[in-house]
Design a protein around this ligand. Structure first.
Ligand SMILES: [Zn+2]
Length: 383
């Protein structure tokens, strides 16, 4: 099923005049609307509890946003299907109609029963909508590699990563933040915490960038230099096309490890929730930006803040660039620890060298374990 999906929709040119662009807009927007309508219908199991107060407060904004999305996707679908005779436009139109039917049944300002488990469908829909809205035009106008297609090789796999990490938000935080929170309550009070919290939020924000990036630099370096860890991180490096969606390709074990290690200093030093929230939003957006297919070079800033140019070199498969530029945000760490690599030209070829990493999401999940499973089973096989 997914092999067929990849064969059909990956490496697909959205050339104008065939109704493909309108079908693409219609299908992607109508699917988001469909998920959005389901969130309105089953909010207690499909939405993130932290975001629910915002929905209750801005109910009309989200509701009319959904209706507008349905109308736009139906319009593009109808154009593509009727004027251009494109069957995917017809599918988009159908999805929009289903979303409209579901959307009719929305519950106004529901009183939500609390359930122990939920799926972050709302988180997935909102982030995907915002990111696609910002990055698709940005990469279209300022592409580093203008030949690269929006629906390039690997996008279906990367979309699955994006979906899993967003829909499974509860599971990820349960496995990372919760153990730290539990552990922290059993530690004696850290005498530094009151001093950290007494500082203005903007200063705490800058300190977060410096402190967390230092931790992440060493974790990232360990992932490259320790073979066992590299097998998980290699999945992220397996992408041969850099764009905003490529940033999602992260093995579940890597996501858990990074979040755990990055969360530790945040909790240990006791930063204020507002500073942490601002930091998380900023750094998540920045992480996507540095993967994007854009040609901006930021002449002076590139030595202070990690830019797409800096991080693209990290993904480069050219020999001198391998195992360089580990910092997620502050390139100075790479300068200090002698792992920096910047050239007068931009990186152009990406991917892992010497490893054949499979294309599918499931096979990529099992790939890092394969070597160890084989080794474990060898004595039985040899008998
Ligand atoms: Zn890396």
């Amino acid at each position: 099923m997914t092999d067929q999906l990849r064969a059909k929709f990956e490496n697909l040119e959205l050339n104008a005049g065939l109704g493909k662009i309108s079908a693409f807009i219609s299908m992607s927007l109508s699917l988001l609307c469909l998920f959005g309508a389901l969130c309105f219908l089953f909010p207690s199991v499909l939405t993130t509890p932290e975001l629910r107060p915002l929905y209750a407060k801005q109910y009309n904004l989200f509701y009319y946003g959904l209706i507008t999305g349905i109308i736009i996707s139906a319009g593009f679908g109808a154009f593509s299907a009727i004027v251009r005779q494109n069957r995917y436009g017809f599918y988009g139109l159908c999805f929009a109609l289903v979303a409209a039917v579901l959307g009719c049944g929305v519950i106004e300002a529901p009183v939500l029963p609390s359930v122990p488990f939920y799926a972050g469908i709302d988180y997935f829909v909102l982030t995907l909508f915002i990111l696609a809205f910002v990055f698709i035009p940005l990469e279209g106008f300022f592409a580093k590699n203008p030949e690269q297609k929006i629906l390039r090789v690997g996008w279906v796999t990367d979309m699955k990563y994006f979906m899993v990490s967003h829909v499974g938000i509860q599971l990820f935080s349960f496995l990372t933040v919760m153990p730290i929170q539990y552990w922290i309550t059993h530690l004696p009070d850290n005498p530094i915490v009151p001093y950290v919290q007494a500082q203005p939020i903007w200063l705490q924000f800058i300190e977060l960038l410096i402190v967390v990036d230092f931790t992440v630099y060493w974790l990232h370096r360990a992932m490259h230099e320790v073979n066992f860890l590299w097998r998980f991180h290699a999945i992220h490096h397996s992408t041969e096309y850099m764009d905003w969606l490529a940033s999602s390709r992260l093995h579940v074990i890597e996501v858990l490890m990074t979040r755990f290690i990055a969360t530790l200093p945040i909790f240990l030093l006791g930063f204020h929730t507002s500073a942490v929230f601002a930091y998380l939003v900023f750094i998540s957006f920045h992480a996507i930006f540095i993967h994007s297919n854009v040609r901006f070079r930021f002449p002076y800033l590139r030595w202070i803040i990690a830019t797409p140019e800096f991080h693209h070199w990290h993904h480069s498969s050219e020999k001198p660039a391998i195992d360089k530029n580990y910092a997620a945000f502050i390139p100075l760490y790479d300068v200090i620890f002698k792992t920096v690599y910047m050239q007068s030209h931009l990186a152009s070829v990406y991917g892992t060298v010497g490893y054949k990493i499979p294309n599918s999401f499931v096979k990529q999940f099992t790939w890092p374990f394969k070597k160890y499973v084989k080794r474990f089973l060898k004595p039985w096989r040899d008998q």
